[in-house]
Each structure stands twice: as C-alpha cells, then as structure tokens.
Design a protein. Sequence first.
Length: 550
Amino acid sequence: MKKNVFKVLAVAIALFSISACCSPLLMVQNAKLIDAKGNPQILEVVADKIEANYTMDFPTYYFHPDAIMEVVPVLVYKGGEAAAPALKLQGEKVLDNFQVVPNSGGQANGTALFDYKPGMENSRLELRAYLLNKGKKIALPAPYPIADGAITTYKLVNTKGERSPLQADNYSEVVREHKETQFLFNINSDKVLTKELTKSEIKEFQQFLTNLANDNQRVVKGTEIIAYASPEGPIKLNTKLSQGRGDNAKKALEKITNKEPLVGPITVTSIGEDWDGFQKLVAASDIKDKDLILRVLSMYSDPVVREREIKNISMVYKILADKILPELRRARMVTSIDFNNYTPEQLVELVGQNIDQLDVEALLRAATLIKDWDTKATIYKKVGDKFNDDRGYLNLASIALAKEKLDVAKNALAKVSNKTTPVYYNSAGIAALQSGDYSTAATLFAKSNSKESKVNSATLDILNGKYSEAASKLAGTKSENEGLAYILTNQLDKASQAITCKCADAAYLRAIIAARKGDKAEVAKQLEIASSNSALKARAESDIEFAKYR
C-alpha cells in the first residue's frame, strides 16, 4: 500500500516539475506517461485504403504551456513503412493554430490514412512523437504501438465477373427445305400444255428430284400443289378453273416422275382467284399507274367490285391483261425436303478438318461441343470475321473474360457492331472491372441493367468498401461473391449457407468463418483443404484472420 502511494506521489512530483520548469524538455523524459490508443486495434484494408483513428491522453501538468509536439502515424510492414500526415499539438501559450492540449490535461485525436501496398497485411501502426523546441526536433524515446493488421479479406473477391449467357445458335438438326416449280395455263383453261411439261424449269425440277435418291442427308416429305385462277371473270368459273388446274397438275406431275415416289405424298390445294399474287406482282412492276391500282385493292375487299374498278382504269387494264394476269393462271408445285444436318460428332470433326464447310449456325453449335479454349476462340473469331455476326465477337469476349485474357476480350468487343445491347454493356463492364477502371465499369453495368450486371455491380461495391450494399444485391444469387459479402458484413451463418462449392477458394472462406467464430479445429480442417491452392496456402501464413491460431 505504501509503495503505491509513493508511486502516485512520484508521478505527481514529476508532472509538477514539467509544469513548473521553464523548459518543456522534461516532456521527453516523461513520455511514458502518455496513454495512446488506436481504433480499430486490428486494422482492415477497405477499398485499398487503411484508416485508423487514434487518441493520446495527457495527464495533468504533463503538456508544457509553451510546448509544441508533432505526432506522426507510421505503418511498419514487411518491405518498408509508410507515414501519414503529422498531427501537431501545442500548449496553451503557443500562438499557432494547432490542436491545444491544456496544462490541466486532455486528449488529442487524430486520423491516419494509408494507401494499401502488398505486405501491409502483416503490419504495425505506431505513433512517433517529437518535441519541437528552439528549432530542434527531439524524438520521444519510443514509439507508441496502437494497432496491428491489416485484414485484407475483401481482396478475395472474384473479379472475373458474372458473364452473360453465351449468344445462342439457331442450328437445327433437321432443316426443312423446299424446291418449287409451276405450270402456267391459258385463260379459262385447266389443261396442262405440252410445252409446260418440257420447259427447262420442269427439267431442272425433275433432275433435282432424281438426285435426291443419292443424297443420304435429304429425305422428301411430300409435295403440295397449290392452284390459282387470275382475278378476272366470274368467281364461280375461276373457282372451278382453280380446282381443275390442281387436279390436272397432279396428274402431270405423276407422269413426269413416272409415278415414282420422288415427290412423296401429293396434296392439292385450290386457292381460287389469286388477289394476293395480283397485288404482289403489281407492286413489283413498273406499271405507271400501279399506285392507283393498289389504292383500289386497299379500298375494296369485294372481288367483284375490285375487278369492276380496275377495269374502269382502262388506260392500264390492257397492260395488266398482258403482263400480270397470265402469271396468275398457274399451279405451283412445292416439294418439302428434310435435310438431316451434321451430327455433333460430324461438327467436331469438320472443325478440325474443313471448318470452312460450316455455316454460321453450325459453327456456333460446334463451339458448344468443344472444350479446348483455343479452338473455341478460333470458331468464335471466324463467326465474327467471316459472317460479320456479333454473336461470335460477344462469345469470344465472354470466354476471354472468364480466363482474364483482357486483351483478347477488348479486341473482340471493339469489333461488335451493335454496342447498345445489355450483353455488350455487361461484357464491356467486366473488361473495365478487370482493368481496374471501376467508374467506367459502374456506368456500363448500369446501362446493361441485366441480372448479370447487377451481380457485377455488387462486385464493385465490395471493391469500393460498400459491403452492406453488396450483400443486399447478392442475396440469393448463388454468386461466388455472395458468401464473401456476408463475411464482410459479419453475417457468418448466412455466409456458411451461401458457400457451397467444394473447392479451395470456398474452403478458405469457410476457414475465415470458423476463425471468427473461434472454432480452431474447423479452421485447421478448412485450411488443409484450401492448401491445395499454393497461393491460398501462402496467404494463410500471413493472414491476420488466423493470427491467433498460428
């Protein structure tokens, strides 16, 4: 008891001596009387910055009224040290404009801010104090350690980005093709003329059907005969003509194919008066008054009225009778063929042996069947370069961003012709994200406004220290960063539920959760799994999250 009394008395005498002495130099000798504290005591890197607040408590009679003290926060780390701007303190009689510490005792407050550098995750923050006296700068005997650190857990964020789905192909395993020809008829006749049976168009049609017999990829499904009458004369007559032309065209078709099943099942459809065909031929013609004719068609729907009004345009009716109407007295023969497209195996083989044989849709489908990255990239580049199809460039950018091949992705995006789609904005945003241009990335993600871009904007939130916003955006997305966002907001149970991957990265995050919960055994278990990744194994050795378990 007596010893404690004597100790308190000795401190009081020392403090009184400082205050009473004409020189503030005794402040140096009694520097241990200052109580310095930091907040937080374990530092954390947020948005590539380390920030700490600190306080210095000065007892009664310690700070000399004429004294000036300079306090420099210094972060000491492996590989160097960094100093923050100094805090200057002054006694009550000093006329400068620094923070005043009264002789009766008081507290000084300061903030230190550092730019993060590799190595600072294993560091110490200390305050180095100096007494400024008569032009001399006198260091207090020892620095004041106030914090350790720093936590860099947010840097585990995945910056590859949430890619938009690859642009799909329109590849069909079975493609419906059509081969068409026609017979023309004389006015008011349904008889197939001999010259129609021997014309070159029919010969070509016959040869095409014959060749199908040796085509293993094509199968005839059937032929439809569609018969018409020109829109002139009585409707009843034209209806009968259309039906007769269809029936006779079927007989003629069977004759020229020798009734062999080259054309498949034959069906006959009678249209009657062909007003649609009439309108199309007039619109495509160079008839001087065609606009007047088309106006009549738009004004009247009754075929009798239409015919009457058109005949009243006497100046053009002869031209219609000579050039348009004969083309409408016809029977079209349309053969439908199913083309059996390349099988997956054939597509892969052709990519390696004869890629130029594939069209754009086949190339896009082939890319989905191939795992090799370089081959995929070659296919997508050909889709863009050869067919000028944005899907190739967008897909190339997508797979390049996943591999963090930034130059390849940027080059592909530069060739995209339509740079206003959600997919383009999202991919360009990921490229900006991976380049470290967070401002541009944020703008592009906002323009995209897609599901993927919203996840990517949450990645920016993590990088910018907006952890609560990130956790809110990522909730339920099953994104790789969802669990990390919960850890950064100390929602550890939610983080455990969100982290489901059985991989080294996920194991490392689970180890951090266990460390924050104080589960030593689980920390060891998860770090053992994570150690399969050499980078994570090295990180764990200096990660302050595990400091008390080392």
